[in-house]
Design a binder for this molecule. Structure first.
Ligand code: NAP
Length: 268
């Protein structure tokens, strides 16, 4: 018998990477898992890997779609005990270009004086800014609000932030702002709903091997690996372990916290 046997969990962004690993771990711990993703193929593939579970298709940046998705889960399973707000994007062309300039700068540093500047902030359009905040910060709010309408004492929410929210990542200021916002939101909501017996925490992963990082040039990856105390990127399953701790019986005295499995990239 798993540690969260019979609980109902909704995991956003479950069609890939960390979300898929979280869905599979919560399933292995005995939960009924709804795998939500904007990508129907990804959601259905993950749901197909679960012992019991369902796929839910929604864009977390759209509050009506999120409300509908949460209602579908509650109508199907009769309750909602766990929400993991994990869906995320890396940004569009502006983020890819900033990554490219970061790679160029690192090459220059290795061979002498660097001249390329990142120019990340000045190249973010209104649209890219709002989409980044829309998926991450609005999405976390919409999911949390919809879930809280149905959650009862003992329920748990885990929001997925990033080390970029803790320290700021120069090449993706909009992503860093969204993730820092999620951490502040987590602390406020944890205080809000504690009297109802509901816990809310945040996980701020370091660099994890998922499709989100596919755009990373080898020189950028090597530079990051040098800065990670454990010398390697993490695995999605290592983030799923942290989620399992927070939502399970070992995490019952933890609320309003940010837990950062980052291999010692950030130590404070
Ligand atoms: P991933 O492999 O790209 O998975 C993210 C999933 O979220 C994808 O299936 C994606 O679908 C889905 N998604 C994107 N926008 C959505 C939306 N509007 N509504 C619903 N689903 C949406 O990325 P990951 O690395 O697992 O990232 C998961 C979370 O961890 C994100 O919040 C990310 O910021 C955070 N994180 C990741 C790292 C890392 O190094 N990987 C580090 C720190 C934090 P599409 O593929 O169709 O876009």
């Amino acid at each position: 018998m798993g540690s969260i046997e019979g609980k109902v969990a909704l995991v956003t962004g479950a069609g890939s990477g960390i979300g898929e690993a979280v869905a599979r771990r919560l399933d292995a711990e005995g939960a009924l898992v709804a795998a939500l993703d904007v990508d129907s193929t990804g959601a259905e593939l993950t749901a197909g890997l679960l012992t019991r579970g369902m796929a839910v298709i929604a864009d977390v940046a759209d509050s009506a779609q999120v409300d509908e998705a949460v209602r579908t889960v509650v109508d199907t399973y009769g309750r909602l005990d766990i929400l993991v707000n994990n869906a995320g994007i890396r940004g569009g062309q502006e983020a890819d270009e900033a990554f490219g300039r970061l790679a160029a700068r690192l090459e220059e540093e290795a061979s002498g004086t660097p001249t390329t500047v990142l120019e990340a902030t000045v190249n973010i359009s209104d649209e890219a800014w709002h989409r980044m905040l829309g998926v991450h910060l609005d999405g976390t709010f919409y999911g949390t609000r919809a879930a809280l309408r149905h959650m009862r004492s003992g329920a748990v929410i885990v929001n997925v932030s990033s080390i970029c929210g803790l320290t700021g990542c120069a090449h993706i200021p909009h992503y860093s702002a969204a993730k820092a916002g999620i951490e502040g939101f987590t602390r406020a909501v944890a205080r809000d709903v504690a009297p109802q017996g509901i816990r809310v925490n945040c996980i701020a992963p370091g660099y994890i091997d998922t499709p989100l990082g596919d755009v990373m040039a080898p020189v950028v990856r090597r530079d990051l690996e040098r800065q990670i105390s454990l010398g390697r990127f993490g695995l999605p399953t290592e983030i799923a372990s942290a989620v399992a701790f927070l939502v399970g019986p070992d995490g019952t005295y933890v609320t309003g916290q940010t837990l950062s499995p980052n291999g010692g990239f950030v130590i404070s």
